[in-house]
Design a protein around this ligand. Structure first.
Ligand code: TYM
Length: 324
């Protein structure tokens, strides 16, 4: 069976961009593949975190994984820090990753620009991400468009290792959707929707109330042309709303644009509120029905399963590199 791995950071508010761009796909993949979905808590530490808040966010993200429909009977759900092989392989991979490669990562440049005291962890973050993926002989990695460059680096690292030390790693393929892989901010549609941006009006959290969803969508930035067509360069705000409608209704963006041409932006926004509230309702009902004991049990059993596979890969890599 082919293997799938992906991860989400337990930081900020998990939003509809995370869901439509990546996590919804996780649920679809679990029936046909052997899947590993990880709460990447070590990645969260690359920027300062409050320990108590982080501890809660780890459980909250695991609860969200269950609420969107991931089934622990089919899929391995676990926290990265519960499987020490992730940190250990990350070190080994850092030793075959070049400083120049990490310096070219656009996410590092964005997150570090203008900041003092940028952690070394933020810089080496992509090597830890490569370790996450390569430990499980992963064939496919479902992610949003912002992770494409990290996936290319992961492939380069895997190929370099295989060339130097002999066939070891499976070289993974990214799975990036055609529509919805980059959901934009509702208040600043030139930027992607972000979990941690200060302005929370820019994102729809998976846990937002119907009133919040309505307020955010009705206030979403569009343009003054009042003519509905899909063109992300000329009309980023409106095109983002069309995209949100398209991925939630499984209809093409052209189809949506044609339907609302003549009806105006207001009607599109009103209908999008209804569709979005409905998407979130299913997730939130399930979210509220899951106990903390259940989450802890799922994470503990998931880590036990993941550890066996990860440890085997790690030992193989250590041996090939001249350790052990
Ligand atoms: P993270 O936690 O930032 O985001 C989780 C997933 O959501 C996708 N995403 C989006 N998709 C569409 N529109 C958006 N506005 C949007 N924002 C985020 C991300 O692409 C991601 O798929 N480095 C990763 C976590 C990670 C990982 C891994 C992923 C660590 N190890 C191994 C895959 C495999 C991250 O920070 O995702």
């Amino acid at each position: 069976m082919t293997r799938v791995f992906s991860g989400v950071q337990p930081t900020g508010d998990i939003h509809i961009g995370n869901y439509l761009g990546a996590m919804k796909r996780f649920v679809e993949l679990q029936d046909e593949h052997e899947c590993f979905f990880c709460v990447v808590d070590l990645h969260a530490l690359t920027v300062p975190q409050n320990p108590d808040i982080l501890r809660n966010k780890i459980l909250q993200l695991a609860r969200i994984y269950l609420a969107i429909g991931l089934d622990p009977a089919k899929t391995t759900l676990f926290a990265q820090s519960h499987v020490p092989a992730h940190s250990e392989l990350a070190w080994l991979l850092q030793c075959i990753t070049y400083f120049g490669e990490l310096s070219r990562m656009t996410q590092f440049k964005d997150k570090s620009s203008g900041k003092e005291n940028v952690s070394v962890g933020l810089f080496t973050y992509p090597a830890l991400m490569a370790a996450d993926i390569l430990l499980y002989d992963t064939d496919y990695v479902p992610v949003g468009a912002d992770q494409k460059q990290h996936l290319e680096l992961t492939r380069d690292i895997a190929q370099r290792f295989n060339n130097r030390f002999g066939e070891t790693f499976v070289v993974p393929e990214p799975l990036i959707s055609d529509v919805g892989a980059k959901i934009m901010s509702l208040t600043d549609p030139e930027k992607k929707m972000s979990k941690s941006a200060e302005d929370e009006m820019g994102r729809i959290s998976l846990l937002d109330t119907p009133d919040m969803v309505k307020k955010k969508i009705m206030r979403a930035v569009t343009d003054s042309e009042n003519c509905v067509y899909y063109d992300p360069d000329k009309k980023p705000g409106l095109s983002n709303l069309i995209t949100l409608m398209s991925v939630q209704t499984n209809r093409s963006v052209e189809d949506i644009a044609a339907e609302y041409d003549g009806k105006g932006y207001g009607q599109l926004k009103k209908d999008l509120v209804e569709v979005t509230v409905n998407t979130l309702k299913g997730i939130q009902d399930k979210y509220n029905s899951i106990s903390e004991d259940e989450i802890r049990k799922v994470l503990s059993e998931g880590a036990d399963k993941a550890r066996v596979i990860a440890e085997k890969t790690l030992q193989k890599v250590q041996q090939k590199m001249g350790l052990r």
